[in-house]
Design a protein around this ligand. Structure first.
Ligand SMILES: [Cu+2]
Length: 172
């Protein structure tokens, strides 16, 4: 009751516009994911594959740095770890461009790409703030055929990273 009266008084005093402006700053829905070639969470968001909550927030696959799972250790996104879920496999060349879509431009240490547990590419941003889209040219070297690529965005000023798996057919 007391709070309500105080709030009403505040609103009357013209503080309301300030409140409205500061509320959308929530970081909860603001991160990033690979949208080309379509990652597993991008396929969920697009409805290519039927998924749970991840379809509403493909940018939220965040976990501690150093993980190797598509879900980034998030139980609620565990379906991303399921290799038999019917993910669309994108035919790609030996050298392929990967594009991240960022909903929050966190300062970045490195971007990493792994295949079968081995790192195939790394890009060091040295703590710089990326743009809304980030592209990397990844050379698969001697790899060919169907592969699962784990893309990792390591944030410079937190202990966390963002994870995305992309199913590709190299030279397919
Ligand atoms: Cu974020």
């Amino acid at each position: 009751m007391h709070f309500k009266r105080k709030l009403a008084a505040s609103l009357g005093a013209g503080i309301a516009p300030l409140l409205v402006l500061t509320l959308p700053a929530s970081p909860a829905s603001a991160h990033g994911y690979v949208d080309s070639p379509p990652s597993r969470q991008a396929q969920c968001a697009a409805g290519t594959v039927e998924c749970g909550d991840i379809k509403y927030e493909p940018q939220s696959v965040e976990g501690p740095k150093g993980l190797t799972s598509c879900s980034g250790g998030n139980q609620k996104f565990s379906e991303l770890d399921d290799d038999s879920k019917g993910w669309t496999v994108t035919p790609v060349g030996k050298s392929t461009e990967f594009k991240w879509h960022l909903t929050a431009r966190h300062s970045t240490s490195t971007w990493q790409y792994f295949v079968g547990g081995s790192k195939v590419a790394e890009f060091d941003d040295g703590g710089a703030q990326p743009g809304e889209t980030v592209t990397h040219q990844v050379d698969f070297g001697g790899l060919s055929g169907k592969q699962k690529v784990l893309a990792v965005w390591n944030i410079a000023d937190t202990a966390n990273a963002f994870y995305a798996c992309i199913d590709v057919n190299i030279g397919g």
